[in-house]
Design a protein around this ligand. Structure first.
Ligand code: GDP
Ligand code: GDP
Length: 464
């Protein structure tokens, strides 16, 4: 192909090229990365219609993003030939190639050919296993290791999963170049000028759950009352509606299902049941869940039940000890609650705890920063190299046990996704690994990579 790229004001920016078979989701990924700013550059002179190209910002870095979808006219008639022809000139100038495959379809011969060709081009490549929504998808994505282009990143462009990871990976891999000008002020952001690219599009989604009378409504009102930047009422958005928007220094926070926490039951037994079922609804919509307790009552079995639901759904949890004003011996109470949580919720070791009084407001200011931090942990990614150095150390310190007289062979580990952190361990007969060895590894991951409180998934993949 002889087409040349027009020189435009973005010519000195790092170039990121999206390549792959038709229909794997390249355009969807492009649109996700460009967001609504695409409109700003659509009419740039010299940008041809069929070459989708845009400047965008990823983690504060300006890049030039090129989507090779639709560049297939007058190309050879094999699929690989078309892929190659459409991306050759773009790949040649790429600082990073995002090679997309369809995780649900698996690796096709055209993908393999294209990968072999890409390896010879000597450009940095990140394999994106798209359409990898859900846990199943993450595992299927790992097949893409076989392409020999490094650890694949599982994402779902359509469902918006893995986008924060993708942006992080792009920012880490592109060469140093011009960075975005200063961060816009909150007011500028409120006026819709810029979005924060360090997170997937949209606000952090937060739910408040807990037993009746824990003080959830009081807390909500406190958060809203102290919040001077409520963006509502948007159309149909009032304090009693389903979700409410707050802002803190880091951006918008959407409180989901605030109606749910106002639902009150009449009889005591149904009240208890309702608190669990209402929590399920709320936490499905949320990324971070505040589990509110009445600290004067300690930890109730129902609280643990809700916490386990949060863990099972893979959400990140902040434990809120409310009514702290009414607690007499604070040190003893805090210790008793911590002990109960650590023994009963070992799968969420290190869960963040904040004590405050929703009624007086004392201590409530620590809550949202704790939420932000928990969210950051939940989004964390551990580089594969570091992970495997740790893994070798763990295995040599404590070799895997014998199962039916034969030793498990563990080869390597990789983080397939975050939100929550999900790791895949490859080896032979890994599915026979005893629970306590799995726990040893999960606890080790938590400590070594500073992942307190978040659910951690360890998936085992083995030949037979
Ligand atoms: P392109 O030809 O590679 O640019 O692919 P498109 O972006 O046009 O996407 C092809 C099809 O895959 C469309 O129907 C998309 O809606 C769908 N698609 C894209 N991303 C995902 C995803 O993450 N999950 C699923 N299930 N479908 C997706
Ligand atoms: P919800 O059922 O979880 O929404 O709980 P509410 O917000 O309705 O609160 C239940 C009761 O606890 C009310 O009487 C509140 O005034 C009281 N309450 C809430 N927060 C606090 C607090 O921080 N300290 C004290 N002492 N009482 C509180």
């Amino acid at each position: 192909m002889t087409s040349s790229f027009p020189s435009d004001p973005g010519h000195d920016l790092p170039v990121v090229v999206i390549a792959g078979r038709p229909n794997v989701g390249k355009s969807t990924i492009f649109n996700r990365l460009v967001g609504r700013r695409q409109a700003l550059v659509a009419d740039t002179p010299g940008v041809t219609r069929d070459r989708k190209e845009s400047e965008t910002t990823v983690r504060g870095r300006r890049i030039r993003l090129i989507d090779t979808a639709g560049l297939e006219e007058a190309a050879p008639d094999t699929l690989f030939g078309r892929m190659r022809a459409s991306s050759e000139s773009a790949v040649a100038m790429a600082d990073l190639v995002l090679f997309c495959i369809d995780a649900r379809a698996g690796i096709t011969p055209a993908d393999e050919h294209f990968a072999a060709w890409l390896r010879r081009q000597g450009r940095p490549v990140l394999v994106l296993a798209n359409k990898a929504e859900g846990r199943q998808g993450a595992a299927a994505a790992m097949e893409a290791f076989s392409l020999g282009l490094g650890a694949p990143l599982a994402i779902s462009a359509e469902h918006g999963e893995g986008l924060a990871d993708l942006m992080g990976e792009i920012a880490d891999r592109i060469p140093d170049g011009p960075t975005q000008p200063r961060r816009p002020s909150r007011r500028e952001r409120a006026e819709g000028e810029e979005e924060d690219d360090t997170r997937p599009p949209g606000p952090l989604r937060l739910a408040i759950v807990g037993r009746p009378n824990a003080g959830k409504s009081t807390l909500l009102n406190r958060l809203l009352g102290e919040e001077r930047m409520i963006t509502g009422p948007e159309p149909g958005l009032t304090r009693d509606s389903v979700s409410v928007m707050l802002h803190d220094d880091e951006g918008p926070i959407q409180l989901v299902d605030t109606a749910g926490l106002r639902r009150k039951a009449r009889i005591d037994e149904t009240l208890e049941k309702m608190s669990v079922s209402a929590s399920i609804e709320a936490l499905k919509m949320a990324e971070v869940v505040i589990l509110a307790l009445d600290a004067t009552l300690g930890v109730h079995e129902q609280d643990l039940q809700i916490a386990r639901l949060i863990e099972r759904e893979g959400r990140c949890c902040v434990l809120a000890l409310n009514k702290w004003d009414a607690v007499e011996d604070r040190n003893a109470t805090r210790q008793a609650i911590r002990d109960r949580i650590e023994t009963s919720l070992s799968q969420m070791k290190g869960i963040p705890v904040v004590a405050f009084s929703a009624l007086t407001g004392a201590g409530v200011n620590k809550l949202l920063p704790t939420v932000r931090h928990a969210y950051e942990v939940w989004n964390r990614r551990v580089p594969t190299g570091e992970l495997n150095r740790w893994f070798e150390m763990m295995v040599s310190r404590h070799p895997p046990p014998l199962v039916q007289g034969r030793r498990l062979k563990l080869r390597y580990i990789t983080q397939a996704k975050s939100r929550p952190p999900t790791f895949i361990l490859f080896g032979t007969r890994t599915e026979q690994m005893p629970e306590d060895y799995q726990r040893y590894l999960v606890n080790g991951l938590r400590e070594a990579f500073d992942l307190p409180g978040t659910p951690i998934r360890l998936l085992l993949r083995g030949s037979q």
